[in-house]
Design a binder for this molecule. Structure first.
Ligand SMILES: N[C@@H](CCC(=O)N[C@@H](CS)C(=O)NCC(=O)O)C(=O)O
Length: 218
């Protein structure tokens, strides 16, 4: 039996959300862990975009994490209704647009400010300002999470799975600062996710895939 192939990088939040969706949809894939600094030819041939995640399935190549998430939902008969929700909810689409757009920009500038300027003072300022901008988004999540356990309601939904890997990254940039913030609901929500079996199941460590090797089934 041949499985769809997922090109992935363990720590990439986009790849994480693709793996989470595949897992939640109970779709088994051949997982090919790669190193971003040493991308295999077979990966580059699959998608010239050269970003992870990339899914090869049904003779198609899907190289956007959101499309992989939606493909997984559809393939599993949309058991959680995410595919339907996404296509019928302008709010959900807007949320993902802001997450992948503004919030990700602030996250990158907060985390990697020195890549954007040569001056260390400028970098400090950029990092601080970007963190402040990112905080606005996180406080919005906190407000929603005061009404319900997950952004998706009683259970984790597309909004949760799409955003949690990025909020985790925002925390990792300075854990003690993040944990000292009074966003109690975000802290609860993120901890529940980080301690879940689901998260552990998609964070197993695999050696980088090599041409001709038998690969892992996720
Ligand atoms: N819009 C893409 C973004 C994917 C992306 O940027 N992934 C990063 C890793 S987190 C990547 O592969 N970067 C290419 C590189 O670092 O060479 C998606 O949603 O899949």
């Amino acid at each position: 039996m041949s499985y769809p192939v997922l090109w992935s990088f363990r720590r990439c939040p986009y790849a994480m959300r693709a793996r989470l969706s595949l897992k939640l949809s109970a779709i088994e894939v051949e997982l090919r862990e790669i190193l971003l600094r040493d991308k295999p030819d077979a990966f580059l041939q699959a998608s010239s975009k050269a970003t992870v995640p990339v899914l090869e399935a049904d003779g198609r190549v899907i190289d956007e994490s959101l499309d992989i998430m939606l493909w997984a939902c559809k393939r599993s008969g949309d058991r959680h209704g995410w595919h339907h929700d996404y296509h019928h909810s302008p709010e959900l689409q807007d949320f993902i647009r802001r997450l992948d757009g503004e919030f990700k920009t602030h996250l990158d500038r907060y985390k990697y400010a020195t890549r954007y300027t040569e001056s260390s003072e400028e970098a400090d300022r950029l990092s601080r300002d970007s963190r402040q901008q990112g905080e606005i988004f996180i406080w919005e999540l906190d407000k929603q999470l005061r009404q319900q356990r997950w952004l998706g309601g009683d259970r984790a939904g597309l909004m949760d799975i799409a955003s949690l890997p990025f909020i985790r990254q925002f925390r990792i940039a300075d854990q003690s600062w993040f944990d000292a913030q009074p966003w109690q609901e975000v802290t609860r929500w993120l901890s529940e996710f980080l301690e879940s079996e689901l998260f552990a199941s998609v964070m197993k460590k695999y050696p980088p895939w090599q041409e001709g090797e038998t690969t892992e089934i996720l």
